[in-house]
Design a binder for this molecule. Structure first.
Ligand SMILES: Nc1nc2c(ncn2[C@@H]2O[C@H](COP(=O)(O)OP(=O)(O)OP(=O)(O)O)[C@@H](O)[C@H]2O)c(=O)[nH]1
Ligand SMILES: [Mg+2]
Length: 364
């Protein structure tokens, strides 16, 4: 599962990527600086992991990770091959969620490809290109399904109706994620098509240092423009955070952050946001050798969670011993949790909850 950083050229995507990841991407003040996508595996900041570490005192701690991809900038006409056009769109298609960066800072020295700062126009430019690409997809599908629908095939007729609804939506500038479907229709016809504009999205407003805490007028406009999309809007002073990241000393970074009014980097919020956007959650294993955060899909069962560690754990799954995170912290150790009768034994149908501390029993 990976989240892709998307936006117009020169809005700060690679600068943001560098704040998140140690894999340094080239960032410069000219459009189309990025061509090949940069991929980074990023640790997910989680205070619960620190808390468990302080209780268990393990030899090592392993955080959960999320994959972030920094993609080339997109311009008007990309769906028809302008700029880096189709290549760029293929890179987006391969991601599972979109982090859409919008330039929300004034600075005459930083080139804007369309000549002025206007995040709403920028968002519409990007949306339109992605929608045009989806329109191509939907039209191809319609061509295929039409014939079968004419012969009276009921499923094909249903699919045709759903596709027509998508086509109409896209033609009037509505992304697939904002169109309402019956649950069955969505699962049968929409989801498998993997439309680009159906991917979950988070808007990242790249603001100036002074707006890092409460945003600015551009941000307000973005928020107003996306109310129908049910999407999260994150305010982040990308340039400033990149400067802070350059500091080697942890205390120094913390002071700098406090100075601009932040108790943690906005990039930490962004990583957690991306994790959530990808529908991922965390369970923990806690032993003296290792305290570790593992990633599972929301809704995963206990055997599926075990399978993240090793496929044998899933195949030979017998049961799981589960301690809720809050109970673990409240009682302070596994032994005390057991004494208090708060450790549960769960079977193969158990749906994992975010924060569960788990131990699996299995045979091979
Ligand atoms: N003042 C200011 N400059 C920024 C900010 N974010 C990025 N920049 C500058 O804007 C320029 C472009 O940043 P990049 O991160 O390379 O932009 P990009 O979106 O990756 O651009 P492409 O790869 O060309 O699509 C660089 O010179 C950055 O230093 C910011 O928040 N404030
Ligand atoms: Mg770039």
């Amino acid at each position: 599962m990976k989240a892709g950083i998307v936006g117009l050229p020169n809005v700060g995507k690679s600068t943001l990527f560098n704040c998140l990841s140690n894999a340094k991407a080239q960032s410069a003040n000219f459009p189309f600086c990025t061509i090949e996508p940069n991929i980074g595996v990023v640790n997910v900041p989680d205070q619960r992991l620190e808390k468990l570490e302080s209780l268990v005192k393990p030899e090592r701690v392993v955080p959960a990770t999320v994959e972030i991809v920094d993609i080339a900038g997109l311009v008007k006409g990309a769906s028809k091959g302008e700029g880096l056009g189709n290549q760029f769109l293929a890179n987006i298609r391969e991601t599972d969620a979109i982090l859409h960066v919008l330039r929300c800072f004034d600075n005459d020295n930083i080139v804007h490809v369309d000549g002025s700062v206007n995040p709403i126009r920028d968002k519409e430019t990007i949306d339109m290109e992605l929608q045009l690409k989806d329109l191509e997809t939907v039209e191809k599908k319609l061509d295929k399904v039409k014939r079968a629908a004419k012969t009276g095939n009921k499923d094909a007729q249903k699919e045709e109706a759903v596709l027509l609804k998508i086509k109409q939506g896209l033609e009037s500038g509505i992304s697939v994620r904002a169109i309402e479907f019956e649950a069955d229709d969505y699962n049968d016809f929409v989801k498998p098509s993997q439309f680009i504009t159906d991917k979950p999205v988070m808007y990242v407003c790249n603001v100036d240092e002074g707006s890092a805490v409460s945003g600015n007028a551009y941000v307000e406009k973005v928020k107003a423009a996306v109310t129908d999309e049910n999407a999260e809007v994150l305010v982040l002073a990308v340039g400033t955070e990149a400067d802070i990241n350059e500091l080697d000393d942890y205390e120094e970074r913390k002071l700098f952050l406090e100075d601009i009014g932040l108790d943690e980097p906005g990039s930490a919020k962004l990583i957690r946001g991306a994790y959530k956007l990808l529908n991922q959650q965390t369970y923990f294993t806690a032993g003296v050798k290792e305290v570790r955060a593992w990633t599972v899909d929301v809704g995963a069962t206990a055997p599926q969670a075990a399978g993240v560690i090793h496929t044998d754990f899933e195949k030979g799954f017998i049961r799981a011993e589960v301690i809720a995170y809050d109970d673990y912290v409240h009682y302070g150790s596994e032994v005390k949790v057991k004494e208090a009768g708060k450790m549960r034994v769960e079977g193969k149908n158990y749906i994992v909850k975010d924060g569960d501390v788990m131990h699996f029993l299995f045979n091979v």
